[in-house]
Design a protein around this ligand. Structure first.
Ligand SMILES: CC(C)(COP(=O)(O)OP(=O)(O)OC[C@H]1O[C@@H](n2cnc3c(N)ncnc32)[C@H](O)[C@@H]1OP(=O)(O)O)[C@@H](O)C(=O)NCCC(=O)NCCS
Length: 158
């Protein structure tokens, strides 16, 4: 698996991958695609991408960017890995590289917003294993019974 920039030809396979994870509702898939389209535009829209490629096929990606009005906070907007390849370290490689790039650009924090339902339990374990802490929780945010959790990792302090 190698990490490389986003290419136009990635859009369809990444759309299929997002659906195959069964982690995202249709409206969420559409927002993920909006970010991919913004990232493919000439100015990139402020969205940064890394694609994990295996044997010439995209098998995962991360999308992040500098949070507006901050001078060193990075939001991880999206991360997804082909479900047939979960648990093989691809997500961790993507996240580690995002953190390295954010730190190199002067980043202090990486922030991840995620859902609080059981469906996101595995995703929360993934963030916790990567040393993210739950810093905030807004009850009934996405839906009644679906809280917003803010996970964060400080980059510039051990
Ligand atoms: C979350 C996701 C990106 C993780 O990718 P992955 O390639 O399977 O994760 P990795 O193999 O790199 O795992 C890294 C660590 O997370 C832990 N982890 C990953 N999935 C886990 C699970 N289901 N249960 C418990 N721990 C898990 C691993 O044990 C590993 O821990 P370690 O570093 O201590 O060994 C992937 O499961 C995914 O695409 N999920 C669906 C999409 C999603 O929920 N995205 C996030 C919301 S935007």
């Amino acid at each position: 698996v190698r990490l490389r920039p986003l290419q136009r030809a990635d859009r369809a396979p990444l759309e299929a991958l997002l659906r195959e994870t069964q982690a995202f509702r249709e409206d969420e898939v559409l927002v993920a695609l909006e970010l991919i389209d913004a990232g493919l535009a000439p100015d990139g829209g402020g969205y940064l991408f890394l694609v994990a490629e295996r044997c010439g096929v995209p098998v995962g990606y991360a999308c992040w960017g500098l949070t507006p009005l901050t001078d060193g906070v990075y939001d991880l907007y999206w991360i997804a890995v082909d479900p047939s390849l979960h648990g093989q370290g691809i997500g961790k490689r993507l996240l580690t590289e995002v953190e390295a790039r954010a730190l190199a650009a002067g980043g202090r924090w990486v922030i991840i917003e995620t859902g609080g339902t059981a469906a996101y339990g595995a995703t929360r374990r993934f963030y916790e294993s990567a040393h993210y802490a739950e810093l905030a929780r807004i009850p009934d945010f996405y839906r009644v019974g679906d809280d917003k959790l803010v996970y964060a990792r400080r980059l510039d302090r051990p």
